[in-house]
Ligand binder design. Sequence first.
Ligand SMILES: *Cc1c(COP(=O)(O)O)cnc(C)c1O
Length: 424
Amino acid sequence: MLLVEEGFSPLKMSRLKEEKINKMILGEYREQFHIPKVNGKDSIYLCGNSLGLQPKKVKEYVTEVLDDWATLGVEGHTQAKYPWLPYHEFLTKSMARIVGGNESEVVVMNSLTVNLHLLMASFYTPTKKRYKILIESDAFPSDKYAVASQAKLHGFDPQEAIIEWKPAPGEHCVIMEGLNEIINTQGEEIALFLLGGVNYYTGQYLDIKAITDLGHAHGITVGFDLAHAAGNVAMKLHDWNVDFAAWCSYKYLNSGPGSLGAIFIHDRLGQDMSVQRLSGWWGHNKTTRFGMRDAFDPLPGAEGWQLSNPPILPLAAMRASLELFDDAGIENLQLAAKENVQFLYDAFTNSKQIKVITPENPADRGGQLSLLVLQGGKALYDHITQHGVIADWREPDVIRIATAPLYNTKQDAETFVRIVESFG
Ligand SMILES: *Cc1c(COP(=O)(O)O)cnc(C)c1O
């Protein structure tokens, strides 16, 4: 999208693509990050799906805000180099690119679970007949708590109102046949799909477009939690006609622990002023916001869902990170990740120690692999940790690793395989 916008010919475009991917392979982006050390050496950091690393520019951008606050006080809202009043707007274009949305469809605000609730306040509008919410059986716990409490808020029993899309017995990933079966039996009763675009546990990347089409064909609103997809895979939420989505920025998007989330609301809905939204002053018409006495005049688009003025310090960190995404391009990052992930997948294909539970088809996964430990249990995880790997252990028997191509090179993948093979 970025490349086409800048008017590159297809030939030049592919050359630029190559150049960016080479930059990743050569570790030039990696130099822009602080790499945590273990025993005095750079760690093998494979945990970008949990907390992305700190871009070196973050300190400068955050310090800039601190300095403006120190020297300008309240005037920083309008006088700062990057004025605070519109600060979130400096991020919209880059964030919209990450998920393939129009700028009017995306805004950075709040954090993820809060945003899921705000979006459900608008888009989960159950009736007596159509009130169920579909979620994956191994969805992230926060999402499960959120949907159950929404059902309860509307007077329904979560036990009955929440439908779980389960993998087939003995399998780890869900399949479309399973979803079709649910639709065939309960399609008329389902109000909402709320699904993880990339599953946090298995790393499975769902077919967002096919699921959206299927839901819409049955009158169902379709929303996605993109916590593990944003910054990991290139999406086209607008073209795929997704109704809404929310994600956080501290995983693949490297914006710092607990940093702000973002939302997508399709223009079909965001520009429709009859859609109910929970309101606050930051969603009010910018030109009259400080009049303070006007009746609520909501902004069209995703910005109309804002409630509060956002914290500027984490936005500054996010600006540093998104600049790198703009430079590298999310499509290129996805390509680079694919190579590393394929290398890792192949390395464990015949392993007696490990079974990869992430889908084999490259189209069904992003930068994460989930490794089921067949032999050695947690001792294998302890072994890799002692040898400088930072990864993630999920009870009872899964190691999750992610390659984030902005800072993970092929060498990380190779070293990881060697360390695993040196166990026991
Ligand atoms: C990381 C993650 C969360 C975390 O929610 P916060 O509100 O940011 O604490 C929620 N859902 C999913 C799917 C996640 O991966």
